[in-house]
Design a protein around this ligand. Sequence first.
Ligand SMILES: N[C@@H](CCC(=O)N[C@@H](CS)C(=O)NCC(=O)O)C(=O)O
Length: 230
Amino acid sequence: MIDVYSWPTPNGHKVHIMLEECGLPYRVHAVNIGAGDQFRPDFLKISPNNKIPAIVDDEGTDGQPFALFESGAILVYLASKAGRFLGNTDREKFTTLQWLMFQMGGVGPMLGQAHHFRIYAPEQIEYAVNRYTNEAKRLYGVIDKQVAQHAYLAGDEYTIADIATWPWLRSWQNQGIDWADYPNAKRWFDEIEARPAVQRGVQVLADARKPLVDDKARENLFGATQYEKR
Ligand SMILES: N[C@@H](CCC(=O)N[C@@H](CS)C(=O)NCC(=O)O)C(=O)O
């Protein structure tokens, strides 16, 4: 059994979708990041960076319980455990990892900042809004070009690179994106959205979600609590 410590955000949904795609048995534990659950000592033991998602597999590769944080590492772990969505040949695996890193190092951080400065920031800072909206548009352009030539990010097969990237593009409106500019990315997005496992994955913890922009959430996520020494 895999225990998942999570919240219904893009990084959380990556793992929910992957578990649904693989049909691996799991239990979800809500970590309400707006309420500050991510700073609880028991959560920090498995996720020292105070971020969801994290997992504990009661049967790791050596048969012992195994804890893991960082969504990209979790996807690679689950893909090896299930023997799916990582590619079969070395060429396919490294291409999948390349696009997974593109998500982890680019798509997630940049779209996250676009969202932050466009929606969460208490004041509109034009330089920051332009900088991250332009980065978002550039990244959508890279995705659009890639999926114009291939069915999926890493080639002909659906992989963890798609599973990692797709949840971030659900908030396209808040990132300043017009789908009309990225028709190939839109085709790819719609196709993945129609997958039954993806539809089940995005329902995980859907009822628990509260707005992340109330005063308490803002303080926990962007204020003094976030920067306390622990
Ligand atoms: N690189 C990390 C990022 C995780 C992350 O940013 N999680 C956010 C929610 S999407 C979070 O837990 N924020 C709470 C906080 O920063 O206190 C991953 O991919 O797992």
